[in-house]
Design a protein around this ligand. Structure first.
Ligand code: ARG
Length: 432
């Protein structure tokens, strides 16, 4: 008798009696980001946060009891992806100001920025570098439904050499400041890979060359050696994690590609040989070209080091030129902005810039959807709206293929089948 009651409690209704929890999103146009084809009058049928069916309204078989969202005045497309973000940092946290911020304080900033980023239409991000595993805590809080934010892959602290871009070089020796990701030599670097994975990293971030925002180094100069990068990549891949390399410098970009890196971040001083190597290896290049605008115009007021502004002056224009060369050469690209260097939520401005520099709007959108999803290894769940993928989608009022700036004004955001933002006020109706 007791067992029977428990079973009844566990299965209060027979499966057939349970009303289907379907949502039908009715879009004026649904953009297929793989082909650029716009399906007009399309329906996305969503069940349990996933796409069940998608296509022309006439062809999608509606069941019954769907909640229908009327987005017929809008264009729907997959939620955007930024593969290089720093949600737990703000532009004002740079230079000496960074020393006054605790890890918990940064985590709280992460909560704020996760919401801003999601509402801007970025339903997935890869966070590449954060102090004190604040990014891992944020990822887990979002995943648990405690705070709103994009789906996240997070790296924890970035690995780097002593005195390099990913070390803290701001304080005099008596303070003994060393960043937690510092590891010199192949075996120490392997141990650090194991450590970040132990504490929750989905992906490993390394600083292969010098950087802009760091004190006392040069973006063009190599930092990790080829041997160290090889050890890191080997260890990370063995443990099922991809590796992203910060590399502005010509030599470091090539070293990273030769070592089997999965993506090169920044790529500022890449040369033709580096582009050819990347194409041959299928390495994703991630050019954060929007950053230069913010650093040059507002960096000093935001508290960035004067030397950072000077370094930016040296590489910013070259990075944009090399982006154009890599694009023309047909290199694989994924969309990453280094959010946090500029204010969160402005991510899509980089799409506009990419188009200004010669990319076709569809190609720019692909870098932030299907290509980015592939780099993340999440190509079956994000970056496109196909049966089985997460119902992560956005809607804009105009045609983003005709006007890419539409993506700077995302009006509707859905993540996992739930409405996150809605400025379209769709008529909600129950389809009988
Ligand atoms: N985090 C990078 C660095 O400090 C930012 C580089 C920004 N500049 C650029 N042109 N993308 O090196």
């Amino acid at each position: 008798m007791r067992i029977l009651i428990m079973l009844l409690a566990a299965f209060p209704l027979a499966a057939a009696d349970v009303p289907h929890a379907y949502t039908a999103v009715h879009c004026g146009t649904l953009l297929d980001v793989r082909t650029g084809h716009g399906i007009s009058d399309a329906i996305l049928l969503i069940e349990d946060g996933k796409i069940h069916e998608a296509g022309a309204a006439a062809r999608v078989r509606l069941l019954h009891n769907e909640t229908a969202l009327d987005l017929t005045q809008a264009t729907c497309l997959p939620g955007l992806i930024d593969v290089h973000d720093h949600l737990t940092s703000d532009p004002t946290d740079s230079g000496y100001k960074s020393l006054g911020l605790s890890v918990p304080r940064k985590t709280v900033k992460g909560v704020k920025n996760a919401r801003i980023t999601l509402e801007a239409g970025f339903t997935t991000v890869r966070n590449l570098g954060a102090q004190g595993y604040s990014d891992i805590a944020l990822r887990d809080g979002i995943m648990a439904g405690e705070v709103p934010g994009p789906r996240m892959q997070a790296s924890g602290p970035a690995l780097g050499i002593t005195g390099g871009h990913c070390d803290n070089n701001l304080l005099a020796p008596q303070y003994h400041a060393t960043s937690e990701g510092v590891a010199d030599g192949p075996w120490a670097a392997r141990a650090k890979v194991r450590e970040v994975i132990k504490f929750g990293a989905d992906v490993v971030k390394i600083c292969a060359s010098g950087g802009v925002m760091s004190k006392g180094d040069q973006p063009g100069a190599p930092q990790y050696t080829l041997e160290e990068i090889q050890a890191i990549v080997d260890e990370a891949h063995k443990l099922g994690r991809k590796v992203a390399a910060h590399a502005h410098g010509t030599q470091s970009i090539k070293d990273a590609i030769r070592a089997g890196i999965d993506s090169v971040e920044h790529c500022s001083l890449i040369d033709d040989e580096g582009i050819a190597l990347a194409k041959q290896a299928g390495t994703f290049l991630v050019f954060d070209i929007y950053n230069d605008d913010f650093i040059m115009h507002q960096g000093l007021q935001a508290g960035m080091l004067p030397e950072a502004i000077e370094k930016e002056r040296q590489i910013g224009v070259l990075q944009r030129e090399n982006f154009q060369r890599a694009y023309k050469a047909g290199a694989r690209m994924a969309f990453g902005t280094d959010g946090g260097v500029y204010p969160h939520g402005e991510n899509a401005r980089q799409l506009t810039l990419m188009v200004k520099l010669g990319m076709k709007p569809l190609e720019a959108i692909e870098t932030a959807t299907v290509n980015a999803a592939e780099l993340l290894g999440w190509e079956h769940s994000v970056g496109s709206l196909e049966p089985g993928s997460f119902a992560d989608l956005i809607a804009v009022e105009g045609d983003p293929l005709a006007d890419i700036t539409q993506l700077e004004r995302v009006k509707f955001v859905m993540k996992n089948g739930e409405i996150v933002k809605n400025e379209l006020r769709p008529l909600v109706k129950i389809v009988q």
